[in-house]
Design a protein around this ligand. Structure first.
Ligand code: ADP
Ligand code: MG
Length: 326
């Protein structure tokens, strides 16, 4: 819908030029009133939507290529957390103006990751307004096998992929809270701007894990969601938590909040029976993603306790990432 007085965007040109590519899996992609997809027998569709708003989720002058990557990555991460294979995505873009250089870079970043993960763009919407993007992703998971937050069991090991805290540390640098050495800054910024969604890992975990979540708001907050939904407590051993290398030179004042309460890492936290330890080590080897055991689920009051090297419960900084950059 368009209001009188607002210049008509060359919407069709823009869609044709930057967002129309032949589909291989979908029945019908961009160009009609709806896309058409075939629902696979024996599978459920996992569906998730995430919005990124300029000034809230990214800096207004953010690099367009990295934004295209990140907008898709954070949505793919939700599919990974359910163990669903990425299949289709829609993209609703709100743009302040038609800026060809921006659109070219954004779509390159978007399609590079789409091609790497095998997800197909099948539709969307394009409107004028303050810069934001809303993506909806569709994934397939064998019926009844999705990794839900409510599936954890008492006695489960708690695992985390990769390393934590790099993205939050980069954000602290950008906000001027500390100054990182260039070699550490580069790695931390990559975690913030070009997160790698753990889709191959998520798919493999369907066979072994009881529950999973992606770490978008910080380990304690996100593991807390598994606790709430599974009605269990979690005990995490701080010395076991895998820290981003960028955190090593900084003091505990930054290390603790970044690793435990820092957002934007997009690693997976999952729980599994002790009997699956060998199988999980094999998954780490085959996916090339480090997997670290950090604690246990137990009966209790839906709380996350983090213990120091002496087993003493620690004071955890802020619970959860507050979404606002400013
Ligand atoms: P309608 O008026 O039916 O909403 P649009 O002009 O918004 O149609 O879109 C025309 C076609 O282009 C549709 O197939 C829609 O899904 C697709 N489309 C629009 N914007 C985007 C976008 N940003 N990315 C991908 N596909 C898009
Ligand atoms: Mg439309």
């Amino acid at each position: 819908m368009k209001y009188p007085g607002q210049p008509m965007t060359p919407e069709f040109d823009l869609i044709a030029k930057y967002f129309t590519r032949p589909v291989t899996r979908a029945v019908l992609g961009v160009g009609d009133d709806c896309a058409l997809i075939r629902v696979v027998d024996g599978c459920e569709l996992a569906i998730s939507t995430d919005t990124l708003v300029s000034g809230t989720h990214f800096f207004p002058d953010a690099d367009a290529f990295k934004l295209g990557h990140k907008a898709l990555a954070v949505n793919l991460s939700d599919l990974a957390a359910m163990g669903a294979a990425p299949r289709y995505v829609t993209l609703a873009l709100t743009l302040p103006a038609v800026d060809d250089a921006w659109l070219a870079a954004f779509s390159r970043g978007f399609f590079k990751l789409a091609d790497e993960t095998g997800i197909e763009l099948i539709g969307g919407d394009t409107t004028r307004g303050p810069l934001s993007m809303t993506l909806t992703v569709f994934g397939e998971v064998p019926a009844g096998k999705a990794l839900r937050r409510d599936g954890a069991r008492a006695g489960d090991d708690i695992w985390v992929s990769g390393s934590l805290g790099g993205a939050a540390l980069a954000l602290k640098h950008l906000q001027g809270a500390l100054t990182l050495e260039p070699v550490f800054l580069e790695r931390a910024l990559e975690r913030l701007n070009l997160p790698v969604p753990r889709n191959a890992l998520g798919g493999a975990l369907v066979a072994v894990a009881h529950s999973a979540i992606d770490i978008s708001d910080g380990l304690v907050a996100d593991l807390g969601h598994i606790c709430e939904r599974s009605r269990l407590a979690a005990v995490v051993e701080w010395p076991s938590v895998p820290l981003s290398p960028a955190l090593l030179p900084v003091g505990p004042v930054f290390r603790l909040p970044c690793a435990l309460a820092g957002g934007d890492d997009y690693e997976l936290c999952f729980t599994a029976s002790e009997n699956e330890r060998m199988a999980i080590d094999v998954i780490a080897a085959t996916t090339g993603v480090a997997l670290t055991r950090i604690g246990k689920m137990q009966a209790g009051d839906s709380q996350v306790t983090v213990r120091d090297k002496d087993g003493v419960p620690m004071n955890i900084p802020v619970a959860g990432f507050d979404q606002f950059l400013a």
